[in-house]
Design a binder for this molecule. Structure first.
Ligand SMILES: O=C(CO)[C@H](O)[C@H](O)COP(=O)(O)O
Length: 196
């Protein structure tokens, strides 16, 4: 269904039970998804010391790898390692983390993922302060003349998607809105329409 849908990518949430209070899936499942997927795999590592597994997730089919600023002792090294593997590189920031902390790494990034819920579980309520965060990050991008994409992850639905896009978001990650819908394929299509 996802392959034939209008989705642009498949977001794979890896949770380690340490960085977030939940365990999801790991390398074998990522590799199994990659064997069937016809869309890019966007792997979001919600784990401590993600640097240890970047090469493995690339081998398992990740096209883009996103690591958390809060989980890395040396974020820049992690980003360089992702790029060395040939994958696109992203940094995710939790709701409590100011985007201003990214100022010295933005030129190295392909994407920034703003968490609009506390990571760990699907189905949570969207945190409204995310709108101002997207705006601030979009302003930083424009003033620095950069072209990284801004993604939003958590509680995304038709009720907030247009305002997120208007604020500067390029990529919307949606779980419950799609998979709880009577027709997930149609839900993807409706979400895509709001993003233009
Ligand atoms: O990273 C995540 C949670 O840590 C999920 O991607 C996110 O929560 C999406 O699910 P939903 O749309 O149900 O909020």
């Amino acid at each position: 269904m996802i392959n034939r849908s209008e989705a642009d990518l498949i977001h794979v949430d890896v949770m380690d039970g340490r960085f977030v209070p939940n365990i999801s899936l790991g390398l074998p499942v990522c590799a199994a998804i990659a064997r069937h997927a016809t869309k890019p795999l966007d792997v979001h590592l919600m784990m401590i010391e993600p640097e240890k597994y970047i090469r493995e997730f690339r081998k398992a089919g990740a096209d883009r790898i996103t690591i958390h600023i809060e989980a890395c002792a040396n974020l820049h090294s992690g980003i360089m390692l992702i790029k060395e593997t040939g994958a696109l590189a992203g940094v995710a920031v939790n709701p409590h983390t100011p985007v201003e902390l990214l100022v010295d790494i933005l030129p190295d990034l392909d994407t920034v993922l703003l968490m609009s819920v506390n990571p760990g579980f699907g189905g949570q309520q969207f945190i409204g302060r995310t709108y101002s965060k997207v705006k601030r990050l979009a302003e930083m991008r424009e003033s620095a003349g950069l072209d990284f994409t801004i993604g939003i992850d958590g509680g995304v639905s038709l009720s907030n998607a247009p305002a997120l896009v208007a604020a500067g978001a390029d990529v919307l990650i949606a779980g419950s809105f799609i998979f709880n819908a009577p027709s997930p394929e149609q839900a993807i299509s409706e979400l895509k329409k709001t993003t233009g």
